[in-house]
Design a protein around this ligand. Structure first.
Ligand code: HEC
Length: 207
C-alpha cells in the first residue's frame, strides 16, 4: 500500500512539471524556489561606480557627440567585411571613403582612442614595440612600409575586423570613432595634408 502511494507520488512528481510541484512544496514548507535573490536575464547586477565616464558600449551608449564625434544621426556603418576581404584588399575594403575630415577635434578623439586600443601593440608613435610585445605579441610598425600605402578604408576595415595577427577592434571602436583613429594614424604616418614634407621618417619609430 505504502509503496503504491509512493509510486503514485513519484508519477505525479515526474509528469506534473515544476509549477504544481513547487505549489505542493510551498504548501508543505511555506516558501517557493521561484522567489530567490537571483538576477533577471540582462539585469545589470552592479551599477557603474559613481563618477565613472561612459565610453562606448552596447548597453550604455554615451551621448551623441561623445562617441562617434560628428556622426550624423541614423548613419549606418558600411556593409560588413571579413578579415579575409581585408587580406585580399577587396574593393569593399580599399574603396571605402573616409567621411571624416582630419580636423583638430577628430585628431584629439583619434589620439584618445589610439592610446586606449592600439598603443599596447603599435606603441605611442606607431613604430611598434608597445608594452605587450614584451610578452610575445609580435611588434608591428604601422608608420613605415606597406602601411603608408594602405587606403583609409583599409585601415578602417582592419580596425573593424582585424587581419592575421591583428585582432578585431570593431566591438570596442564604433563607426565614426574608427575614422577618427584612421585620421590619427595618418597623422602618425605624417600623411595628413600639410604634413607631407615632414615624412614618416622624421617621426620616431621607437616605442
Ligand atoms: C594585440 C596587438 C595589436 C593591437 C592592440 C593592434 N594591432 Fe594593429 N596589428 C597588429 C599586428 C600583429 C599586425 C600585423 C598583422 C598581420 O599579421 O598581418 C597589425 C597590423 C596593423 C595594420 C596593417 C599595417 C599594414 O602594413 O598593412 C594597421 C593599419 C594596424 N595594425 C592598425 C592598428 C590600429 C589603428 C589599432 C588600434 C585600433 C591596432 N592596430 C591595434 C597588432 C595589433
Amino acid at each position: 500500500m505504502r509503496v503504491r502511494l509512493w509510486l503514485a507520488g513519484l508519477l505525479v512528481a515526474l509528469t506534473a512539471g515544476c509549477t504544481p510541484m513547487d505549489d505542493l512544496l510551498v504548501s508543505i514548507f511555506g516558501r517557493s524556489m521561484r522567489e530567490q535573490p537571483s538576477f533577471n536575464p540582462y539585469e545589470n547586477p552592479q551599477p557603474a561606480p559613481e563618477g565613472s565616464v561612459p565610453f562606448a558600449s552596447g548597453n550604455f551608449p554615451a551621448g551623441q557627440g561623445t562617441v562617434n564625434l560628428g556622426e550624423p544621426a541614423g548613419e549606418a556603418p558600411p556593409p560588413p567585411v571579413t578579415p579575409f576581404m581585408v587580406l585580399q584588399s577587396a574593393p569593399e575594403v580599399v574603396d571605402l571613403e573616409n567621411p571624416v575630415s582630419p580636423d583638430d577635434a577628430s585628431l584629439v578623439r583619434g589620439e584618445e582612442l589610439y592610446i586606449r586600443a592600439c598603443v599596447p601593440c603599435h606603441g605611442d608613435a606607431g613604430g611598434g614595440g608597445g608594452s605587450v610585445t614584451a610578452y610575445g605579441v609580435p611588434s608591428f610598425s604601422i608608420v613605415e612600409g606597406e602601411a603608408l600605402d594602405r587606403t583609409d578604408g583599409y585601415i578602417y576595415s582592419i580596425i573593424r575586423v582585424g587581419r592575421g595577427g591583428m585582432p578585431a577592434y570593431g566591438h570596442q571602436l564604433t563607426h565614426y570613432d574608427r575614422w577618427h583613429v584612421v585620421n590619427y594614424v595618418r597623422q602618425l604616418q605624417g600623411l595628413l595634408p600639410g604634413q607631407e614634407d615632414l615624412g614618416a621618417d622624421s617621426e620616431s619609430s621607437e616605442n
